[in-house]
Design a protein around this ligand. Structure first.
Ligand SMILES: [Ca+2]
Length: 376
């Protein structure tokens, strides 16, 4: 079955002359958990030969974000993927707006808040000991080094950056100078190597959007000066695509067996809860299908293309105020694309659920394929 699926894909890819999409994934992993669904989908698409994951970096620091990324990577047999985090600027700690790093030596304690906040990521590190190298994101390599190494080593115009968190790393990358990795400055390196940037960001038609606003200066610099096309999966698009209940309701394999299921099972409200007050849960971005799937839709657009399941709207997105205010201006010659609904959002949610349910081709806990390459 799997062999035939892979063969079919490879045949299609060969026929079109296209190989797997080369992806750098940039995620916040700080409070919300559609990031976990997005990274799971990305690994499932990599297992199917549709993409190649070049690096997975965090857009936050001083917390468990990098370790959480590594737990998911290792679950899918890719525990050695390059990881990194921003240094010096950007969102720090347990939630956007915090001013101090998380004390990762403090006892985990009890879940707090209505969605557990950063608790869910610290819990992953507790439940999956030995699955990560960097319990403290600040100990991970500088994301600039990771981006520059990866970009310098890839063919021109081949890399897709998929960001589902804050914009800090893209701004920092653009501002890098020539170094031992590449004689090109950041903007020139991006112009040469990056095909496009798919960003979960933007409040349409104007307002404030979480990923854009919390490091608004970086968002302004990056969106204004990025030299290749940017595709936005905006807040309004993903808000009513729901996914994750399907994996949340799969049988519990026990702690330490499936971190993707653990996160969704631990954070998606029950069907009875949703049914008792659907309007209240909708305001909190939950539906009967699970959690709003902002980040997963960005992965679909990055790997399968903005024309796969979506219509597109061309324009120019920009930050209009230091407080994180933004606006989208329609412009048929603009540098930016915003995805809109074509396939029904319920069906997009089912596609995401199917990817999350696949599980790894080569699981960290399967015992029979320590190296992903051995399974190919
Ligand atoms: Ca995110």
């Amino acid at each position: 079955m799997r062999t035939s699926i892979i063969f079919s894909f490879l045949f299609a890819a060969a026929a079109s002359g296209a190989g797997p999409v080369k992806i750098i994934f940039d995620t916040d992993m700080i409070t919300d958990f559609d990031d976990v669904g997005a990274l799971a989908c990305l690994h499932a698409l990599a297992d199917a030969g549709e993409c190649e994951i070049l690096a997975t970096v965090s857009s936050t620091r001083g917390n468990a974000s990098v370790g959480a990324i590594e737990v998911i990577n290792r679950y899918y047999g890719r525990g050695d993927l390059p990881v990194g985090s921003p240094k010096g600027i950007g969102v720090i700690g347990e939630k956007a707006g915090a001013t101090e790093k998380v004390d990762l030596n403090a006892p985990l304690g009890e879940r707090k808040g209505n969605d557990g906040g950063h608790y869910k990521y610290r819990k992953l590190l507790k439940d999956y000991p030995g699955w990560y190298r960097y319990a403290d994101a600040d100990a991970a390599p500088d994301a600039n080094i990771v981006y520059r190494r990866v970009l310098a080593s890839q063919p021109d115009g081949s890399v897709v950056v998929c960001s589902v968190g804050f914009i800090t790393n893209m701004r920092r990358l653009l501002e890098t100078q020539p170094d031992g990795i590449s004689p090109l400055g950041g903007r020139e390196l991006v112009a040469k190597k990056v095909k496009k940037w798919v960003a979960m960001a933007c409040r349409y038609p104007s307002g404030k959007e979480y990923n854009s606003k919390w490091d608004a200066e970086s968002s302004r610099i990056a969106f204004d000066t990025w030299p290749t096309p940017i595709v936005f999966s905006d807040f309004e698009y993903g808000r009513d695509v729901f996914a994750g209940r399907a994996i949340a309701e799969t049988p519990d394999p026990g702690v330490g067996r499936n971190p993707v299921r653990d996160v969704f099972a631990g954070n998606v409200p029950s069907r009875d809860a949703i049914a008792s007050d659907p309007a209240m849960w909708l305001r909190r971005s939950f539906g009967m299908g699970g959690r709003s799937a902002w980040d997963e839709t960005a992965v679909l657009a990055a790997v399968r293309g903005e024309d796969s399941y979506f219509n597109v709207n061309r324009g120019r997105y920009r930050m209009t105020g230091a407080d994180g205010s933004d606006e989208w201006v329609p412009d048929e010659n603009g540098p930016h694309i915003r995805i809109t609904e074509r396939l029904s959002k319920a069906e997009v949610g089912r596609i995401i659920d199917e990817l999350m349910l696949r599980g790894p081709k080569c699981a960290a806990n399967a015992g029979d394929c320590a190296k992903l390459g051995e399974a190919k």
